[in-house]
Design a protein around this ligand. Sequence first.
Ligand SMILES: [Zn+2]
Length: 53
Amino acid sequence: MVDYSIDELQPHIGHEVVCVQHGDPGDPDTVTVECHDCDEVLIEARSDRLENA
Ligand SMILES: [Zn+2]
């Protein structure tokens, strides 16, 4: 688990934060945690498949 600073996440308190997958639904390229209110990606996890490409 990666630590994020208070300053990065505090602005999004009370916002609609969603987890979204991108690419193939059964084997997504990336999964992101995004703030819907700010339209900003907070956390991005990339598939091992991309890292090894
Ligand atoms: Zn926000």
